[in-house]
Design a protein around this ligand. Structure first.
Ligand code: DOR
Ligand code: ZN
Length: 346
């Protein structure tokens, strides 16, 4: 490493939405350009609830990926109230399904077929614990009386604590942790409980949602939280604790779906994912910790080999485009129009 470049082991993205069809073809290159592997979320419409559907989706991703790329998608199953234990066994055997995703019904985009009460998913969780298939959780309570900013805390203190207690050998990832309660729960839990952290939750507090007017392109779920939570996430990400690792939650939606009277949740961060993390780590004075967070902790947690090649960022300014062409329309990227301080060079 010289003063003006940073070379690290190739990172992986442990949580991404690649979508399907034309949108998949538009966005997969941004992820494949920098990440060796990515855990691909199953919340398509209809969701990926079987290993057969995951295999077909994997094939569509492979066809859409630029031919010179060695990017490997890792698929996930979408848990429903009725996921049979046999599907869990088949997922574990497949070699390409890395886990099953728990969306509380109604928590977020395309979560309508998610879990309505966690007792219903207990047979699947038992099978996952027994056969060693990790559980990936969208950790938000969905009861309408729970304040939107409290949803993660309420889920963590109730459902997550119960799942971790009732399934002591189940590997669990609290996806896109956004609160100090979530980060503290994970830090205090056994080693097989981890969490991903997004670049937007490291970069902004909820003030950014209302900076000069409402900012739909910074709206995601779980929603940005107050500054003290952001500080806790920075501590978790930069503190060297192997339970915390990179997961962008890049969630592209077309501009018209975001800039609408009822705009979709999701920030498209894949266009500058590693650069956004580098900025957050640099601002925290912890650039030397970026490699472990981005490239080591995730594979170590999942029991997979670390990547062996490298990527290089140059300390160079560039301006994020206002939009990217996608599926005959446009996507507005996260931080559109902003000046970035790091640029991916190889
Ligand atoms: O903001 C979000 N967008 N959060 C999610 O959990 C889902 C995602 C999406 O699929 O758009
Ligand atoms: Zn997500």
């Amino acid at each position: 490493m010289t003063a003006s470049t940073l070379t690290i082991t190739r990172p992986d993205d442990w949580h991404v939405h690649l979508r399907d069809e034309a949108l998949l073809r538009s966005v997969v290159g941004a992820t494949a350009r920098v990440f060796g592997r990515a855990v691909v979320m199953p919340n398509l419409d209809p969701p990926i609830t079987t290993v057969a559907a995951a295999a077909a989706y994997r094939e569509r991703i492979a066809v859409a990926t630029p031919p010179d790329s060695r990017f490997a998608p890792l698929l996930t199953l979408y848990l429903t109230d009725n996921t049979p234990a046999e599907e869990i066994v088949a997922a574990r055997k497949s070699g390409f399904v890395i886990g099953a995703k728990y969306y509380p019904a109604g928590a977020t985009t395309t979560s309508d077929s998610g879990v309505t009460a966690h007792d219903r998913v207990y047979p699947a969780l038992e099978a996952m614990e027994k056969h060693g298939l990790p559980l990936l959780i969208h950790g938000e309570a969905t009861a309408s009386e729970v304040d939107v900013f409290d949803r993660e805390r309420v889920f963590v203190e109730g459902s997550l604590a119960r799942i971790v207690r009732d399934f002591p050998a189940l590997k669990v990832v609290l996806e896109h942790v956004t609160t100090h309660e979530g980060a503290e729960f994970v830090a205090a839990a056994p080693a097989h409980v981890g969490a991903t952290i997004t670049p937007q939750h490291l970069s902004y507090s909820r003030n950014a949602l209302f900076a000069g007017g409402i900012r739909p392109h910074r709206y995601c779920l779980p929603v940005l939280k107050r500054e003290s939570h952001r500080q806790a996430l920075i501590q978790a990400a930069t503190g060297g604790n192997p339970k915390f690792f990179l997961g962008t939650d890049s969630a592209p939606h077309l501009r018209r779906a975001k800039e609408s009277a009822c705009g979709c949740a999701g920030c498209y961060t894949a266009h500058a994912a590693l650069e956004l993390y580098a900025e957050a780590f640099e601002a925290a004075g912890a650039l030397e910790r970026l490699e472990a967070f981005a490239s080591f902790h995730g594979p170590d947690f999942y029991g997979l080999p670390r990547n062996t090649d490298t990527v290089t960022l140059a300390h160079e300014t560039w301006t994020v485009p206002d939009e990217y062409a996608a599926a005959d329309e446009v996507i507005v990227p996260f931080n559109a129009g902003a000046t970035m301080r790091w640029r991916l060079v190889v």
